[in-house]
Design a protein around this ligand. Structure first.
Ligand code: SAH
Length: 240
């Protein structure tokens, strides 16, 4: 069965025990790709102890200096959040719908599930580099799970979706999607062109870049569509 490649990304985890527990949860659910963005302590004996036999996942974990680095090469990113409301509402799914949606992608798609810091979660900027927010529905008065527990729940839903418990409702893709790094390239090119044309006022940028980022993430640009937009921007560059 074709299923996308999945990476679990943990951002600035404080407790190495949580990294170990996450590796264990992943291995239980047949996931093996772990990315760690600036972990406070890693490698660490506490991570190894809590992984109870999933050290192989810790050993091949990829350490990154930033979230964009951890998202490089991914076409879809889901930011796991204990809270729902944002300043600009971002498309949001529950864990099950998220797994169903991922199961609808083919094996050429690379997907990141991004988990935040124990104390402060993910920043708005980090969440806004994801296509969707994913929330595990729970007690609204006590909605924050331990980060490894959140990884366990989402990995379980992914495993169930992979086992074919749900029929994917999303049609398979014909064209590959643009990756996060390609989108980052488009955003900085667009920003430069809008500064040059005067459309973007650096003294009063408002929410322009965030709104455009949300638009492109919602659209899930295909590579060819992104290249068309880059081509249009280059044609504007040439006018100047
Ligand atoms: N105090 C933080 C919560 C951090 S919990 C806050 O208010 O944001 C650590 C991480 O676990 C979160 O960043 C998120 O990625 C994940 N997580 C915890 N509870 C979750 C939930 N109910 N749904 C989805 N992810 C959750």
């Amino acid at each position: 069965m074709s299923f996308p490649k999945i990476r679990i990304v943990m951002v600035e985890t404080s407790h190495p025990g949580n990294i170990g527990a996450a590796a264990r949860a992943m291995k239980n659910m047949r996931l093996d790709s772990l990315y760690l963005v600036n972990p406070h302590r890693f490698p660490d004996p506490e991570a190894t102890a809590r992984s109870s036999g999933a050290e192989d996942i810790l050993e091949k974990a990829t350490i990154c200096a930033s979230l964009p680095e951890a998202l490089a090469g991914c076409q879809l990113a889901y930011g796991a959040s204990a809270r729902a409301q944002r300043t600009i509402p971002w498309p949001q799914l529950d864990a099950r719908r998220c797994a169903e949606q991922i199961a609808g992608e083919g094996d050429e798609t690379e997907v990141a599930l991004v988990f935040g810091r124990e104390h402060s979660g993910l920043s708005n900027e980090e969440l806004e580099s994801c296509n969707y927010l994913v929330h595990i529905p729970c007690n609204p008065d006590y909605s924050s799970l331990n980060v490894a527990a959140a990884i366990q729940v989402i990995s379980y839903e992914l495993h169930m979706a992979r086992l074919g418990e749900w029929q994917p409702k999303v049609p398979k893709r014909e064209e590959p999607l643009a990756s996060a790094d390609e989108l980052a390239g488009l955003m900085s090119h667009l920003e430069q062109v809008m500064l040059d044309t005067g459309f973007l006022d650096p003294d009063n940028p408002r929410q322009l870049m965030r709104r455009l980022r949300r638009l492109f993430l919602r659209a899930q640009l295909e590579k060819t569509e992104l290249n068309i937009l880059r081509g249009i921007l280059t044609s504007v560059d040439k006018l100047g």
